[in-house]
Design a protein around this ligand. Structure first.
Ligand code: EAX
Length: 335
């Protein structure tokens, strides 16, 4: 036994002399840190999350001089459900995740405040809140759930699609089976308008719509367009009933193994790409609506948002009980 340990440490000594024996950890000598990071998302490569992620990978490779490589796994390649992917990030088997805040309330309840229907007026309002102290606090809070959240990226304003009928006013949605994210507020919002919400992992949605298990779903245009939901949904209503932020999160375990200088570079890069990624979706939105319409979707553009807002009002009161009226007012007041 002793002899074996002796040989092992001799081997390590010889190895150390030539290359640095680091006990198998990624953390090599100062300036020598190397990592291969796996980044996962649920949306197709053409979606803004992955376009942003590719940009992030390119900049990180360049800025680390090839020491840090990020591989992007889109389209649920590493797991079809958000819970599954988020648990893998907690365990450190996936390093980075980009996804909607919608299902994250199950891990860190406070972030759920952002998913209140009709909370944000427009993109400028969302940017001010998410890039300000309120947003930073919500990102910091995710650390308790083993997530190092570097930045808010964007999913976008969500719109309703369905295969049954044109939906203009809330009463038109009555009785429709609508997939929502695994988010209690969203479910309550659709119950409030008389629909039947069905919470489901994103990776299952296209198939469920195709099989007619669901009548509809709701998502931002960038998702509807990249997933080609027009193939299984005839009607699109531009309800914009809730703004859906996205988070860029790194496994806290992995983060703690990264030297400070590289942490700073990753943080700055994630924030820089946030601007690029948000604009991608915003700039394409109109064009993608036209394309969806060109592919046969019937688009309801004139939606009376005040009417939808008041139909979903009970949820806003419920959220006030959950998160505190003053916190919600602080967001509303940043218009
Ligand atoms: O994060 O689950 C959803 O509907 C999300 O909007 C989608 O996965 C993008």
């Amino acid at each position: 036994m002793m002899k074996r340990i002796g040989i092992l440490s001799l081997a390590c000594f010889v190895f150390l002399a030539f290359s640095g024996c680091n006990g198998g950890s990624d953390k090599a000598e100062k300036g020598e840190f190397k990592a291969q990071l796996k980044l996962a998302s649920l949306t197709p490569m053409s979606h803004t999350y992955n376009q942003g992620a590719m940009k992030f990978a390119e900049l990180v490779k360049e800025r680390s001089k090839g020491r840090i490589q990020v591989t992007v796994y889109p389209d649920g390649q590493l797991g079809k459900g958000e819970r599954e992917l988020l648990e893998a990030v907690q365990q450190g088997t996936i390093d980075v995740y980009v996804g909607s805040t919608g299902p994250i309330g199950g891990f860190s309840p406070g972030i759920g405040i952002l998913d209140i229907p009709f909370l944000f007026n427009d993109y400028g309002h969302a940017d001010r809140v998410l890039d300000g102290p309120i947003g930073q606090q919500l990102l910091d809070d995710l650390e308790k759930a083993q997530f190092k959240a570097l930045a808010f990226w964007e999913n976008g304003f969500r719109n309703l699609t369905n295969s049954r009928r044109a939906v203009k006013v809330p009463a038109d949605a009555k009785g429709l089976k609508i997939r929502t994210m695994e988010n209690k507020l969203h479910m309550a919002a659709f119950t409030a308008v008389g629909a039947n919400p069905v919470p489901m992992a994103f990776g299952e949605v296209y198939g469920a719509l195709q099989q007619g298990v669901l009548d509809g779903q709701e998502n931002p245009i960038a998702v509807i367009h990249s997933v080609k939901l027009d193939e299984v949904q005839q009607y699109l209503s531009l309800t914009q009933h809730v703004y859906s932020p996205a988070v860029f999160i790194v496994s806290l375990k992995k983060w703690q193994s990264i030297p400070e200088q590289d942490q700073e570079m990753l943080f700055d890069t994630a924030r820089e790409v946030a601007r690029y990624q948000r604009n991608l979706g915003r700039d394409m939105e109109e064009k993608q609506i036209d394309e969806l319409s060109g592919r046969g979707m019937i688009v309801e553009r004139t939606i009376d948002k005040a009417e939808w807002r008041s139909a979903m009002q009970p949820v806003i009161s419920q959220a006030a009980g959950q998160f505190g009226r003053e916190k919600i007012d602080a967001i509303l007041g940043s218009k």
